[in-house]
Design a binder for this molecule. Structure first.
Ligand code: MTE
Length: 392
């Protein structure tokens, strides 16, 4: 039998490991918890797990089933036993907390439907202008789920945040191997966002996704979910919350997830972290290079309005003649704050049509531009979506 080695911290969190479904390969002494949710995804990398659905499957329903929900992880899934799990809340608070699930279960529960999307969604399209590194995402690094848990603001109110606090840091329990050592994934959000108490709480500490416990790939047993912000701010396998007067110094807030054209230290310092996502969308069907006959064809896809409170999709437009004429698509699925909509259109194509174009606008003034300037990390690609087709 293969020996499985654990780090010291894993022995602490995994003691009594009742919730472990299966133990994956070890990497540097770190045993991975495999995901048993029957993923039906295209894996861009296997270690760590980075995968997106086929677009035709992604747009089958407004709520994305877990098996078709993209996975973006920087390290193996840590093994965490829910019964021994503790969340610490420290920093600029009057009342530091150590919360177990027994404590969290006493707090009011909220359910929020929100779309999660990676800042690198559609990254591969940047390669046409200049190569970008990182996971080569097409347009599937997005999904819409029902998240349930406690409002971050309720936890912060219980901890009694001090007057000079400005940022809420999140830290995961994963162990990411980098040249400068092993670090957890982390980041922060402004305190105002955390304390937002509109119809949708500013942030949730979620233990459920689509009515079931989070699967290991999605942050079991607890993650933050920050509606309206890029996926990187929704930290999986959450272990620690820290309140500060400064943004988090974690690599994934301080350096990564910024728009830079050069990657010298000065460029990282001069650029701010990405928080809110811009409007984006894609054509899911027909698929790239599909063969279709001249005449009317069905086109469908998704559109996500800007991650600003109250923003909703205004129009989705499709062109079959390189942007000369545009036809409005019909929006389907619910209209809900911080959620995508699906859309469909029936559009005429001729032997001259070599591609379909899609663009969209939202009620906050957001629009998909014709071109997005290339950036070194390939973030926030939200230009007009193009799909090549063959008409004959
Ligand atoms: N949290 C931890 N702890 N580790 C990670 O690697 N990836 C982030 C975020 N939270 C990540 C994380 C990124 S970049 C994204 S886009 C989302 O998780 C993806 O969430 P998902 O895998 O549940 O779709």
């Amino acid at each position: 039998m293969e020996a499985v080695s654990f780090s010291r911290r894993q022995w602490l969190v995994a003691a009594g490991a009742v919730a472990i479904t299966s133990i994956g390969p070890t990497r540097g002494g770190f045993a991975e918890q495999l995901d048993g949710s029957g993923k039906d995804l295209i894996f861009r990398t296997i270690d760590p797990r980075n995968a997106e659905p086929e677009l035709s499957k992604l747009v089958q329903s407004w709520i994305t089933p877990v098996k078709h929900f993209y996975v973006r992880s920087h390290a193996p899934n840590p093994m965490i036993d829910r019964d021994h799990y503790q969340l610490t809340v420290e920093g600029l608070v009057r009342n530091p907390l150590t919360l177990t699930f027994a404590d969290l279960d006493q707090m009011p529960r909220h359910s929020v439907t929100a779309t999660l999307t990676c800042a690198g969604n559609r990254r591969a399209e940047f390669n046409q202008e200049g190569e970008v590194g990182g996971v080569q995402w097409e347009a599937g690094a997005i999904g819409n789920a029902r998240w349930s848990g406690v409002a971050l603001s309720d936890v912060l109110n219980r901890a009694e945040v001090l007057e000079n606090a400005k940022h809420v840091w999140f830290e995961g329990l994963d162990e990411i191997e980098r040249d400068d050592g092993v670090i957890p994934f982390g980041g922060s959000i402004p305190l105002e966002k955390a304390m937002e108490d509109g119809k949708v709480p500013g942030a949730l500490l979620a233990d459920q996704m689509n009515g079931r416990d989070l699967s290991p790939d999605h942050g079991y047993p607890l993650r933050s979910v920050v509606p309206g912000y890029i996926g990187a701010r929704s930290v999986k396998w959450l272990g620690k919350i820290f309140i500060s007067d400064k943004p988090s110094p974690n690599h994934y807030l301080e350096t990564a997830y910024k728009i830079v054209t050069n990657t010298e230290p000065i460029d990282w310092s001069e650029s701010g972290p990405i928080y809110r996502y811009p409007i984006n969308g894609a054509i899911a069907m027909p698929a790239a290079n599909a063969q279709v006959q001249p005449g009317m064809i069905d086109v469908s896809g998704y559109v996500l309005p800007t991650g600003r409170a109250g923003a909703t999709v205004q129009r989705v437009l499709i062109s079959a003649d390189d942007g000369v004429n545009w036809q409005e698509a019909k929006l389907t699925g619910e209209v809900s704050e911080y959620c995508w909509q699906l859309w469909n259109a029936r559009i005429a194509v001729t032997a001259q049509t070599d591609k379909l174009l899609m663009r969209a606008t939202d009620t906050s003034g957001g629009f998909m531009p014709q071109r997005v300037e290339w950036n070194a990390k390939g973030y926030l690609q939200n230009s007009w979506y193009k799909v090549p087709i063959k008409v004959s």
